[in-house]
Design a protein around this ligand. Structure first.
Ligand code: F6P
Length: 361
């Protein structure tokens, strides 16, 4: 019999996190009479036993708010948790401590909201017998067991608006305008915003680009009377003979590589090869912030409610996901580890090519 559930948000923030929390808390408290506690700052709160008892008032007025009322962290892995001992940094498995704390405070199960890293730990907790349910979050949309992660559509909307605005300067000044968007291993934001915003060139991690072909496309446009070009590039795009462009390494993070800078790199090359003035906009965390669009508010609410329904049905070790029009439960064992990337010969790439988009291939 479940009486008390814990919820946390892990990894990078993302539009719709609060809507999921609201869906979980309302369904758990009102429909099933569970108590809900919220752990602060992702797995850090779980390990340090830092939580608040959530009340219905806490989730009032948060549906449209960006970020997460619980805080989050993309540095803490409970199975390799950073501790400082006698001035030295060590990484320790804190999972037993988590299980003991939960026992002590009578917390029956957890709703773990996050991307691949957070959900991999969720799977590892499930393997240890903990009752957990996962909710798929990431603006990158790169989780394989769901058609869509919440937050992605809002990020696409933000990126599309940026492309629309960049068109003004591109046309007026006859420039190449580059928009660098997020997407470490998957180019979903780049390809979807690029198609929606009418980009001329889209560079994604799944299709290594040849800079000469990119330049050639821009010159062809110029020769046909189009004096500007818009390029959308995912931060994880790389050239046929190149490496990822890393902006910094966050040593104590489970995923230490932070990408960024590819936009500037290709801008330099494009200017050299075409002689056309080329400018770069890096969209960065604007993609992760702000109000979720209605699609994400609805999807997040569906996910939050479905997570509690799984708990009520005693269906643990699962992640909620969207398959077609249906919300389904998928075993966490199948939901993590394999990223969903843009198929290079899939429909999206084909339709983009049909309307004249170049991929530098
Ligand atoms: O996973 C989402 C994501 O937005 C990636 O696309 C990006 O590389 C990363 O998070 C950035 O994380 P941080 O906020 O730590 O720089």
């Amino acid at each position: 019999m479940v009486k008390k559930i814990g919820v946390l948000t892990g990894g990078g923030d993302c539009p719709g996190l609060n809507a999921v929390i609201r869906g979980v808390v309302k369904t758990a408290m009102v429909k099933y009479g569970y108590e809900v506690i919220g752990y602060k700052d992702g797995y850090r709160g779980l390990v340090m036993n830092d939580f608040i008892k959530l009340k219905l008032e806490d989730v009032t007025g948060i549906l449209d708010k960006g970020g997460t009322i619980l805080g989050t962290s993309n540095r803490d892995n409970p199975f390799e948790f950073r501790v400082v001992k006698d001035g030295n940094i060590e990484y320790k498995d804190m999972s037993e401590r988590v299980i003991n704390n939960m026992d002590m405070f009578g917390i029956d199960c957890l709703v773990l909201i996050g991307g691949d890293g957070t959900l991999t730990s969720a799977r590892d907790f499930a393997r240890k017998g903990l009752k957990v349910v996962g909710v798929p979050k990431t603006i990158d949309n790169d989780l394989s067991a769901t058609d869509v992660t919440f937050g992605f559509m809002t990020a696409v909307e933000t990126a599309t608006e940026a492309i629309d605005k960049l068109h003004s300067t591109a046309e007026s000044h006859h420039r190449v305008m580059i928009l660098e968007v997020m997407g470490r291993y998957a180019g979903w934001i780049a390809i979807e915003s690029g198609i929606a915003g009418g980009a001329d060139i889209i560079l994604i991690p799944e299709i290594p680009y040849d800079i000469n072909k990119v330049a050639q496309k821009i010159l062809e446009r110029k020769n046909s009377g189009k004096s500007f070009s818009i390029v959308v590039v995912a931060e994880g795009a790389k050239s046929v003979d190149g490496e990822l462009v890393v902006s910094k390494v966050v040593k104590d993070s489970p995923d230490p590589i932070r990408l960024g800078g590819i936009g500037n790199k290709i801008a330099e090359d494009i200017e050299k090869l075409t002689g056309i003035e080329t400018r770069v906009t890096v969209l960065g965390h604007l993609q992760r912030g702000g109000r979720p669009i209605p699609y994400d508010r609805i999807l997040s609410t569906r996910y939050g409610v479905a997570a509690v329904e799984l708990i009520n049905a005693g269906n643990f070790g699962m992640m909620v996901g969207l398959q077609g029009n249906d919300i389904v439960g998928v075993p966490l064992e199948e939901a993590v580890g394999t990223l969903k990337t843009v198929p290079p010969d899939g429909e999206l790439v084909r339709i983009a090519k049909s309307v004249g988009v170049g991929f530098g291939d």
